[in-house]
Design a protein around this ligand. Structure first.
Ligand SMILES: Cc1ncc(COP(=O)(O)O)c(C=O)c1O
Length: 389
């Protein structure tokens, strides 16, 4: 099939799912109903619009019920949650943190905020998460142990932590990652920013590691406008995170005193009100997203040059983004499909620029990243809003 015929077939398959209207179809739009308007109005009426208020507590409680996390701390963004997580494990200057190369920018930036060194590792095709076998071989070659710490023999720096990411809502191989983290004495922080509602062996992702994070940015399954949460399984860590997120203010009825440099990272009540309404609708959003996946799967069934990414074995994905995978890596074809669909007002998107290709990240250590480099040429994300179905 020629490239231009394939582009046309892809667009027609997308349109068969999203409908034939001529409006712009976004990649992922917020789904706002009268319930959200009612909750936000109530918050405005109460005049508690900043970081104190009942909606923050309700939002945290509801997230606890959904994720079964021991502690939930609502914050202003997923990036802030990652930054707090790294501060809470006491990441120090020049310590390395392993992160996948196929990634959103937040974890690399958060490591750098703390003076740390992102160290990029490769991914696998099934889940798009960290490639376990490759990582095991790599670490066995580059690591030594000294005083209970893992040292990168090449750079002489400590490797302190690993941040796996559940890509587009699909759980990565977290059980195996836990084993690697144990063997190499690494703190495990799970970036579940995209994965609210996703389960690995029936357990909510983000709750396997010492700390996990979620994002409620405008493009997520559930949104608070901007927002995030830290999931912490240890009370001491949770208290440390609450303190850091509240500018390290020493609790007092009227005195303004602080015991170290902290951050103004608490989620405002106004955003939490929006989040409370959205969480009431989560079950339905997840149903709609799964139905959308089935529709795309049907629509693309007869185009043998592509497939639709499915949830990995033993996992329940939230199907945050629906992903078209080209059978063979082909950057030109990927770009042609992106260009053509954008011209047709269908806002398909590639995966992110690989971390080691971003100018200010090129200097950081990395393993061979050939899977990431291949996958980036195959991934096209399709319109995925829950209301498309
Ligand atoms: C994997 C991942 N991590 C972290 C974040 C950061 O979250 P936020 O945008 O809420 O700061 C995002 C995205 O938004 C993300 O997709």
């Amino acid at each position: 099939m020629t490239k231009s015929i394939l582009c046309k077939k892809v667009i027609s398959a997308i349109r068969s799912v999203t409908g034939k209207n001529n409006n712009i179809i976004g990649l992922h739009e917020p789904n706002i109903s009268n319930l959200e308007k009612k909750f936000v109005k109530k918050c405005l009426d109460l005049n508690f619009i900043s970081s104190k208020g009942m909606f923050v507590q309700q939002f945290e409680k509801k997230l606890k019920d959904i994720t079964k996390s021991k502690n939930v701390i609502a914050v202003i963004s997923g990036t802030a949650a990652l930054h707090l997580a790294l501060r809470a494990i006491n990441l120090k200057r020049n310590e390395e943190v392993l992160i996948p190369a196929l990634n959103y920018i937040a974890s690399a930036n958060s490591v750098i905020y703390c003076g740390g060194i992102p160290h990029f590792v490769d991914i696998e095709e099934e889940s798009l998460g960290i490639d376990i076998e490759k990582l095991k071989i790599y670490l066995s070659k580059i690591c030594s142990f000294k005083n209970g710490k893992t040292i990168n023999k090449k750079t002489k720096r400590r490797i302190k932590a690993i941040i796996p990411m559940h890509v587009f809502g699909h759980p990565s191989k977290i059980k195996e990652i836990i084993k690697i983290a144990k063997d190499y004495k690494l703190d495990l922080i799970e970036d579940a920013a995209e994965a609210l509602g996703s389960l690995y062996n029936g357990k909510h992702v983000g709750t396997f590691g010492k700390i996990g994070i979620l994002s409620f940015n405008g493009n997520k399954t559930v949104s608070t406008g901007a927002g995030g949460a830290v999931l912490a399984q240890n009370n001491k860590i949770a208290n440390r995170i609450k303190h850091l997120a509240s500018i390290c203010k020493i609790p007092h009825r009227w005195k303004y005193d602080y015991d170290e440099v902290g951050y103004n990272y608490n989620l405002p009540n106004l955003n939490a009100a929006l989040g409370c309404a959205q969480l009431k609708r989560l079950k339905n959003f997840l149903k709609q997203k799964r139905a959308l996946f089935m529709e795309y799967k049907k629509a693309f069934k007869n185009i043998k040059e592509v497939s639709i990414l499915s949830e990995p074995k033993n996992c329940t994905s939230n199907y945050w983004l629906q992903t078209l995978i080209l059978k063979f890596p082909n950057m030109q074809l990927r770009n042609d499909i992106l260009d053509y669909s954008t011209k047709k007002k269908i806002l398909t998107r590639p995966a992110w620029e690989l971390m080691h290709c971003i100018n200010y990240l090129k200097k950081f250590p990395r393993m061979n990243l050939e899977n990431s480099e291949e996958m980036i040429k195959k991934i096209i994300n399709l319109p995925s809003s829950s209301q498309l179905i």
